[in-house]
Design a protein around this ligand. Structure first.
Ligand code: PLP
Length: 385
């Protein structure tokens, strides 16, 4: 099987599992316990936090471990907006881009439904970019928070985060970015990015599912969503997932170290794969930005097919990929991301996303490109559009 669905999830890296193993077995303590086992767990958690802070270029106290990207996004969007509204009730608007992951989009809608917020959606252009002009046009004195993702999970477009964040912050508005797909591929220095909050998920970069991180800048006020024993400096109660935190810190450190190597290598492989598909499949269209895109994502529309039929045919040939985000899999509705890019719904239904991890090989992608050519031709011949 050639697995080209790494944007959905990745296997746990061997080094990550090795680093986690002691905290799943002998060193199984609760970091809040005041005996030696508990202290060992607390020390491991502190080391993991320091390692994440090192990659993000922030202080350890600015790192909150969560149960994943979804929780990190919820905590950022709801937590910051609610804290600002509590301090000043006039701050009752949030800005999100038109192509956010549901974890951000639905958090904003929750604020709208239950807390009297208005949601301002900043549009993207045909390549999926949020322009500074488009963002400037929706900022208001009442805006409590802006959230724009670093890189999109369906089409891979990378946003000019530093520029967008500077715009918001110049008006005193905190800026959050969902870096779940960017982590491992793009620089994550939060000071260079100029963001107030940033979300990461472990399972997209070789750590297990169910662990994530939210960075929150120093004095930013944030209302916790999970109440209890006050772990994570009161921001996220619940006994900490020590092994998960260690795994995430290890995976993030490894990915950061790899960035100049596999990142450039994978980008070159992606370009060859893209050229082979565009050259070999009549009418194929690359979606997203032609150059400002993740090394790890190539997504296409194949007019005259249905994305789901192409996926089935590809899987029969041993290539596993997806028609868009894993969260939307199985839904008949055209992808809201592609719709926001202006792709007509009948074309959006033909979308197929290929996404790679750092171990992808040239041979795999050459074989996959041949499989794509054959799969699309077969679907078109059989009229399974
Ligand atoms: N944000 C983006 C951009 C994602 O791609 C995903 C996962 O698909 C998430 C958030 C959610 O992360 P998790 O699966 O860890 O909850």
């Amino acid at each position: 099987m050639i697995f080209l669905d790494a944007a959905a999830t990745t296997p746990v890296r061997r080094e990550v599992l090795d680093a986690m193993w002691p905290y799943l077995t002998g060193e199984f303590g609760n970091p809040s316990s005041h005996h030696s086992l508990g202290e060992a767990a607390a020390a491991a958690l502190a080391d993991a936090r320091a390692a994440v802070a090192n990659v993000l270029g922030c202080r350890a106290g600015e790192v909150t471990f969560t149960s994943g990207g979804t929780e990190a996004d919820n905590l950022a969007v709801k937590g910051i907006a609610l804290a600002r509204q509590a301090a000043d009730p006039r701050l009752n608007r949030v800005v999100v881009s038109a192509i956010e992951h549901p974890a951000v989009e639905e958090s904003a809608r929750y604020l709208e439904r239950f807390h009297g917020f208005a949601v301002d959606v900043v549009p993207v252009d045909g390549t999926g970019l949020v322009t500074p002009e488009a963002l400037a046009a929706v900022l208001r004195p009442e805006t409590a928070l802006v959230s724009v993702m670093y890189a999109n999970n369906e089409v891979g477009t990378v946003q000019p985060i530093a520029e967008l964040a500077a715009l918001a912050r110049a008006q005193g508005i905190p800026f959050h970015t969902d870096a779940v797909q960017a982590a491992g591929w793009l620089p994550l220095d939060v000071k260079a990015l100029g963001v107030d909050a940033l979300s990461i998920s472990g399972h997209k970069l070789g750590a297990p599912k169910g662990c994530g991180v939210l960075y929150v800048r120093g004095r930013t006020r944030i209302e916790p969503l999970v109440h209890g024993g006050g772990q994570e400096r009161g921001r996220r109660s619940g006994t900490e997932n020590v092994a998960g935190a260690v795994g995430l810190a290890t995976a993030l450190t490894l990915a950061q170290r790899d960035q100049t190597g596999p990142g450039a290598r994978v980008a070159a492989l992606r370009d060859s794969f893209t050229a082979a598909v565009l050259g070999g499949v009549p009418g194929a269209v690359l979606t997203g930005h032609p150059t400002k895109r993740l090394p790890s994502v190539a997504s296409f529309c194949f007019p005259g097919t249905s994305g789901e039929s192409v996926l089935l045919e590809l899987e029969r040939q041993g290539v596993v990929c997806s028609s868009g985000s894993a969260c939307a899999a199985g839904s008949d509705a055209p992808s809201p991301v592609l719709t926001a890019l202006g792709v007509p719904s009948e074309v959006a239904q033909t979308a197929v996303r290929f996404s790679f991890d750092s171990s992808v090989s040239a041979a795999d992608l050459e074989a996959a490109a041949q499989a794509v050519l054959a799969a699309v031709a077969s679907v078109r011949t059989l009229g399974r559009a």
